[in-house]
Ligand binder design. Structure first.
Ligand code: HEM
Length: 510
């Protein structure tokens, strides 16, 4: 063949040859080839080569873990693009954001996507935690992965929060002032005890976070470093540990019957899978040897290529669709440039901290430190306090699971409505007894009252059903409802000076 003809043939076969050199194998037509397509690929080999059918049920995971991961990737990609134009200095930050928004081609779109992905990620992570809890997926052997998840929850809040200051507009400045003041929550206690001059952890934490007495250059640089370097790195490492643990814990949770070989049965409308009697596959789930199981995958599994990948693609496509639609139609807010002399009234924290801000309005120490610490510790300890042998992998399982959840929703809604109504109508201790010691208000306020009421309700549930799972269901549900209701209340019913209004349109105009 002449050299010219050979070049022509090579050009004709170019696409096939390029694909073959990337794949290093032909088309995956057998189970073995499909397995190899997964584990021989740098990006895909975090997946198992075979996936259990239960993992692919959309009604089980709701795709929320993957959605959180994908939103984090979108945040990283758009964040890097924004870093090209953003300038982390008090004199330039606001104008650089304005440039991104109004001048840089596609800058507004990228900024919008970054902002809405951040809010969505907070939502999906909370939703994912709730799915893991309500399907008992935190139980043995996944206890430690639940704790890693709590670390991820904390870092997700911190990532979103530290990004809030960067535009350096009025909204950011005053929301961050509230956030920075939260670090000083312990001053309420040390002041009440009269020991602030010798022991002041609040002042110490505040100076570490913002570097000076007020928000300024030091604070902006610290938040920039936390937001763009430290927290993304930490989340990446934690996600790697999280995924590694999922594989080591035997894949996603599912309900398996102890007897092998029986056909799938149903439990409360959800499938129960029999154990696989033929564990002839190794770590890579490749079927080997000369036994009758050659070329047969483990029971109730399908090859991840392409089934799992299609499912993942669908979740990512839905996320992409939502953030792109939001990015096109809803602009990320940008107010006037930050002015430390003109406070926003009301100055409100980002929405996911508004519940906390409501609690802080009763007592800085209780709302800003004590209750968040109790909640975080309580969440992390759930798998170690509830070690009851309930069915893993079934929604709301546990003695009278669904009824306990429903009763807990009613209980928490009623108790929060009564206490909030009471504080709005009659005020709290300080209004009744103006000279009451602050220490009493710190210990007895609506926030601590909620904690005590929810704890008592949970203990009563444990006793009534003789089940720690029932108690955990009650407590977790009260926590979720409390978070949602307080966030709603602080968003729509708190106006200037943190006074109660039926609706934001009733706020006085200045
Ligand atoms: C940035 C935050 C997070 C990311 C990116 C993430 C990602 C994932 C993914 C992709 C899965 C597998 C698919 C799924 O279950 O949807 C998963 C499973 C799991 N996650 Fe997360 N997660 C995060 C936060 C959390 C939180 C807050 C918790 C709990 C406190 C948690 C606990 C777990 C557990 C225990 C599993 C195993 C579930 C099972 O076996 O059914 N994760 N996570």
């Amino acid at each position: 063949m002449s050299a010219v003809k050979e070049i022509w043939c090579n050009l004709r076969d170019l696409p096939d040859n390029v694909l073959a050199s990337v794949r290093r194998r032909g088309k995956a037509t057998s189970d073995r080839a499909r397995s190899q397509a997964i584990f021989a690929n740098l990006f895909l080999h975090i997946h198992p080569t075979r996936t259990h059918l239960n993992t692919l049920r959309p009604s089980y995971t709701l795709g929320l873990g993957l959605a959180s991961t994908f939103l984090f990737i979108i945040l990283a990609a758009t964040g890097i693009a924004l870093m090209v134009y953003y300038k982390p200095s008090v004199t330039e930050a606001y104008n650089s954001i304005k440039d991104i928004h109004y001048v840089v081609p596609s800058g507004r779109f990228v900024r919008n996507i970054h902002r809405w992905s951040a809010h969505l990620m907070v939502l999906t992570v909370i939703g994912h935690m709730a799915r893991v809890f309500y399907t008992s997926a935190y139980k043995k052997p996944r206890e430690w992965n639940w704790v890693v998840g709590i670390g991820l929850l904390f870092c997700t809040f911190a990532l979103s929060f530290t990004g809030y200051l960067l535009p350096w507009d009025q909204l950011a400045y005053w929301a961050m002032t509230i956030g920075a003041n939260l670090t000083m929550a312990s001053r309420e206690l040390t002041d009440a005890l009269g020991i602030t001059s010798v022991f002041d952890p609040g002042g110490f934490f505040r100076s570490i976070l913002i570097g000076s007495a007020t928000l300024g250059e030091d604070a902006l640089l610290r938040f920039y470093f936390l937001h763009c370097v430290l927290l993304p790195l930490l989340i990446t490492v934690l996600i790697a540990v999280h995924f590694w643990r999922i594989r080591k814990d035997g894949g996603l949770s599912r309900l398996e019957e102890p007897e092998a070989g029986s056909p799938p049965s149903m439990h409360r409308g959800q499938p129960v899978f029999p154990r696989d009697p033929h564990k002839t596959y190794g770590l890579m789930a490749l079927v080997r040897g000369t036994s009758p199981n050659v070329n047969r995958g483990p029971e109730h599994t399908v090859s991840s290529w392409p089934h799992l990948l299609y499912a993942e693609l669908a979740v990512c496509a839905v996320c992409m669709l939502i953030v792109v639609a939001l990015g096109i139609w809803v602009d990320a807010p940008l107010k006037e440039i930050a002015n430390p002399a003109i406070p926003e009234n009301p100055a409100k924290a980002p929405w996911y901290f508004l519940g906390l801000q409501e609690l802080v309005s009763y007592s800085a120490f209780a709302g800003g430190m004590m209750i968040p610490a109790i909640v975080l510790l309580g969440l992390a300890l759930i798998p170690y306090l509830d070690r009851e042998n309930t069915s893993v992998g079934i929604w709301f399982d546990g003695p009278k699971g669904r009824s306990v959840v429903l009763a807990s929703v009613v209980f928490s809604v009623c108790s929060i409505a009564v206490v909030l109504g009471c504080t709005v109508r009659f005020g709290w201790l300080r209004a009744w007894f103006p000279s009451i010691p602050q220490l009493v208000v710190t210990v007895v306020n609506p926030g601590t009252l909620y904690v005590v009421m929810f704890a008592l309700w949970s203990l009563w549930t444990v006793k009534r059903y003789n089940s720690t799972r029932a108690g955990a269901l009650a407590l977790f549900t009260c926590f979720l409802v409390g978070f949602a209701l307080l966030t709603y209340f602080a968003t729509y019913h708190r106006g200037p000076n943190w006074n109660f209004y039926w609706w934001p349109s009733m706020w006085p105009t200045h």
